[in-house]
Ligand binder design. Structure first.
Ligand code: UPG
Length: 356
């Protein structure tokens, strides 16, 4: 019996593949490699010493999904595949609804056809919108504020309807807070396309010389140092959360949402300092206006995941920053070998992924 991982070549997907293989699961990956590189699959093999099959296919292609299910004895699915850039989703809403929502409906239809009714879905804290009640509990009223967030919310609702129509489904909705970090091997990590939107990949690219300085969006929030507070979670802890959720859906029917975070918030400037300490590199930054749509403070109440999944994040910000830096230093241009130097005043540390 195999676990199908959609979007398994991406940032969180690839780390989850490692944890599943290390735990003895057999896996099959499907990915369209739109936002990821097949090289991550080679790296997963290298880290684990285990082989697995992957398919290059899109969830919009139902026939391809049918082939994957017919060729593999799949018992459960972890569903990561989807578009995830908030800004892009404002410009291309139809693309987001089609990819994320239709892709998920196709997947569920094929799962139903093959009698596979165990699903772990990659949701996001974005479904809480701009709530200012922290820590955020799963029961908080939901309301996403951009097309990307609404796709996650719609999918959660579609899956709830699916469960209510057939209570033999088992579904876990995992609401991620701010995943950062990388596998401690330095072989896999986050490899954003273009200029990063998120804080930590941006900082890492400043450190490696690809970007010149960080813009800190807002220093007038009602926080200790005026900068925004988020719940950063190490991607390996997050990946392990998927294993616990998979165990849960394998033993009970139902649909449940879980926050996956640490329950601790850090400000932008605290993250800059922690990264500087871990890397020994100073990060130049400039204060800018608030970024539209950002909330001041966001962190999770993680009690439900602790009690019901027996899961708790164990890696702190030192480990998160150390691991991001190891990945970025050894892979200055992510999985690409060619390095685009955007600022000639800094030189990249390496031009190729390092061998370990
Ligand atoms: O160049 C940057 C980027 C970010 N920030 C700040 O850093 C914090 C974290 O920002 P970011 O890393 O972009 O994460 P979020 O805005 O919290 O968004 C993440 O978390 C959301 C809710 O969980 C998800 O919807 C998003 O997809 C995911 O990127 C915020 O205070 C930002 O204002 C900066 O100051 N400069």
């Amino acid at each position: 019996m195999k676990i199908l991982i959609t979007g398994g070549s991406g940032y969180i997907g690839s780390h989850t593949c490692v944890e599943l293989l290390n735990a003895g699961y057999e896996i099959v990956v499907v990915d369209n490699f739109l936002n990821s590189k097949a090289e991550s699959m080679n790296r997963v093999r290298r880290i684990t010493g285990k082989d697995f099959k992957y398919y290059e296919a899109d969830l919009l292609n139902k026939d391809a999904l049918d082939v994957i299910f017919s060729e593999n004895n799949i018992s459960a699915v972890i569903h990561f595949a989807g578009l995830k850039a908030v800004g892009e989703s404002n410009n291309f809403p139809l693309k987001y609804y089609q990819n994320n929502v239709t892709g998920t409906i196709n997947l569920c239809e094929i799962m139903k056809k093959y009698g596979v009714k165990k699903l772990v879905f990659s949701s996001s804290a974005t479904v809480y919108g701009s709530t200012n009640q922290v820590p955020i509990k799963e029961e908080t009223i939901l309301g996403a504020e951009n097309p990307y967030g609404r796709t996650k919310l719609m999918i959660e609702e579609i899956l709830r309807d699916l469960y209510h129509s057939d209570q033999s489904w088992s579904i876990a909705l995992l609401r991620y807070f701010n995943p950062i970090g990388a596998h401690e091997s330095g072989l896999i990590g986050e490899d954003p396309k273009g200029i990063p939107n998120n804080l930590m990949p941006y900082i890492a690219q400043v450190a490696v010389g690809r970007l010149s300085s960080l813009s800190v969006y807002g220093n007038d929030y009602p926080t200790l140092d005026g900068t925004g507070i988020r719940d950063y979670i190490h991607v390996v802890d997050l990946a392990i959360g998927h294993l616990r959720a998979l165990e849960k859906v394998q033993c009970i029917h139902g649909i449940n949402a879980y926050n996956l975070g640490t329950g601790i918030g850090y400000s932008v400037l605290e993250m800059v300092k922690a990264f500087e300490k871990a890397s020994g590199i100073s990060i130049p930054y400039v204060m800018k206006d608030r970024r539209p749509g950002d909330v001041a403070i966001c962190f999770a109440d993680v009690t439900k995941a602790r009690i019901q999944l027996g899961w708790k994040a164990s890696r702190g910000i030192e480990a998160m920053c150390r691991d991001i830096w190891r990945w970025q230093k050894n892979n200055p241009n992510g999985y690409n070998e060619e390095l685009e130097i955007q600022h000639s005043d800094k030189q990249p540390v390496l031009t190729k992924a390092a061998d370990f």
